[in-house]
Ligand binder design. Sequence first.
Ligand SMILES: Cc1cc2nc3c(=O)[nH]c(=O)nc-3n(C[C@H](O)[C@H](O)[C@H](O)COP(=O)(O)O)c2cc1C
Length: 271
Amino acid sequence: MDLEYRYGETIKTDRQSAHAELLNTMLDRGSCRKFRKNAVPRDLVNLACAAAMAAPTKSDLQQRDIILVDDPGLKEEIAGLVSGQTWVADAPSLAVFCGNNRRQRLVHSIRGHPFANDHLDAFFNAAVDAAIALSAFVTAAEACGLGCCPISAVRNEASEVSKLLHLPDHVFPVAGLAFGYPEADKPAISMRLPLSATVHENSYKDHDIAAVISTYDDRREKAQPYGQQRATGHFGKASSYPWSEDKARQYALPEREDFGQFVRSKGFNLD
Ligand SMILES: Cc1cc2nc3c(=O)[nH]c(=O)nc-3n(C[C@H](O)[C@H](O)[C@H](O)COP(=O)(O)O)c2cc1C
């Protein structure tokens, strides 16, 4: 697959570098929502977990954990909470990546020092660490031939998921990850905005973002039209339905409004 297809522009680079195999998996990756039935060997899961936990972590604080959901009944209950997403139930494996600021607070009580950073950054650092670990797990798993789909929808029911997984205070779900052997030989490549708009040199620039988005919309709508439109009851059916219309519709309606309340209920001070 050439990079121009994904980014809509020529990118001067050398794909045939010494690390071509891993790089090519990363460049040609795509989320997987159709899995074969075979279970993923535990050794392989362990390897991906080890790669996830080897990822960079803010100040070496290691504020992220992975919960492997192996119990079939528990997996079914979590899948039931994201029932619109059948690939969660169908995937042979499910993990939930959590931010964990609890361990750090326990370290303070063990060492007898006050925890003097009870503010938004405590939550933010743990959330970022969990996201980085998720990304590393996906990279490792995909390099080993697995397919993955992150599931932020577990946060739609954050309290329920939290109860099911017995998450204590200061531990919270960031995203689930459905994974297994993919049904298709190759993943579908989802187009991205051009690097010329998303990679900035020295300072942030909006460029002509409306024109950039319009070109991206056209390119993407021709090659990868949406199978269905979002919230037609609310917005009607559009004759043209590009990416920007889908994204604007998505956040024109409230989503996860109670998430802040959930995070506060886990003991975080978000000020
Ligand atoms: C944090 C995060 C949460 C996501 N949550 C979901 C989800 O709940 N359901 C889903 O089907 N895909 C989910 N995705 C996958 C994205 O939809 C997908 O990455 C995006 O459409 C781009 O497609 P690609 O990964 O195939 O390139 C999530 C991805 C990330 C990074």
